[in-house]
Design a protein around this ligand. Structure first.
Ligand SMILES: [Zn+2]
Length: 277
């Protein structure tokens, strides 16, 4: 594996549903190809604040993205800024709020849906704005970016799990079955991306409760999975719960770039020097 990284963020995927429904990812764990952690999300357990947490490694009281309606550019140094600063190529297929945080706000669908000119912190971006934009289309967008631009860092952000969670609650056939469907999409793309030498991270911003909402402090709201496919971690299930502020510095470590001053020191047990195991 190289230092390239695909970071997949499955919006609204709670930990226990990922564990019970994602057969492909757990196959990789059973066969010694992946590791799994439980992550405790930052608060509030809302989307836009946690996008900023995941991508900058800063807590909400510092970064100021306190609500879903805080529509402005981030003031922090994101993984997009950092990869660009270190001469790496970045790309994303994401919900439009990611464009608003790092490229331009407010989002204008007539100009901002496809941004490929490389001038802004997100160098190549394809953005959607409907929560039911099909995940299989989203992953096809990501695959196009990967094959066309050979990015070192590709961020893939899906929305259908969150959408079904709001419509039907986390305790529903629709939510659980959606998670299976996303696992099946992963099963079609991940082998190809791994074959191309990419490391893979899969995580979520927040969970989903049985009222069809998130934002609170319960384990349903806050506990999300983290799967890592990289020869820099011992595969297996790690029982220790890790804070979500570890995700951004972990991504920097896997990309082999220096993290930002604002990020935490990494506590996840990375194998130094990327040995094969
Ligand atoms: Zn949501």
């Amino acid at each position: 594996m190289s230092n390239k990284l695909v970071f997949i963020m499955l919006d609204g995927l709670r930990f226990d549903t990922a564990v019970s429904q994602m057969g492909y990812l757990h196959h990789l764990i059973e066969k010694g190809k992946a590791s799994r952690f439980k992550v405790k999300s930052e608060l509030p357990s809302l989307s836009r604040p946690l996008y900023e947490v995941l991508l900058t490694g800063t807590p909400v009281f510092k970064n100021g993205i306190t609500t879903n309606k805080t529509v402005r550019l981030s003031h922090e140094e994101s993984l997009f800024h950092l990869t660009k600063k270190h001469g790496l190529k970045n790309a994303t297929a994401s919900y439009y709020w990611v464009s608003e945080l790092y490229n331009s706000a407010p989002f204008d669908p007539s100009t901002d849906r496809i941004q490929l000119d490389g001038q802004k912190p997100i160098e190549r971006g394809i953005f959607y704005w409907e929560d039911h934009y099909p995940d299989n289309h989203l992953f096809a967008d990501a695959n196009f970016l990967l094959n066309t631009y050979d990015p070192d860092f590709l961020y893939v952000h899906s929305m259908n799990i969150d959408d079904d969670g709001h419509k039907f609650t986390a305790d529903s056939m629709q939510y659980r079955n959606r998670v299976i469907k996303v696992d099946m999409i992963l099963a079609s793309f991940l082998p190809v991306w791994m074959e191309k030498g990419y490391q893979i991270m899969v995580t979520a911003d927040h969970g989903m409760n049985n009222d069809g909402e998130h934002g609170g402090t319960t384990t349903a709201d806050r506990d999300v999975p983290l799967y890592i496919i990289s020869d820099r971690l011992k595969p297996g299930i790690y029982e220790e719960e890790i804070p979500q502020l570890q995700i951004a510095p972990l991504a920097c470590e896997l990309l082999n770039i220096q993290s930002s001053q604002a990020m935490q020191q990494l506590t996840i047990p990375i194998l130094k020097g990327a040995p094969s195991i």
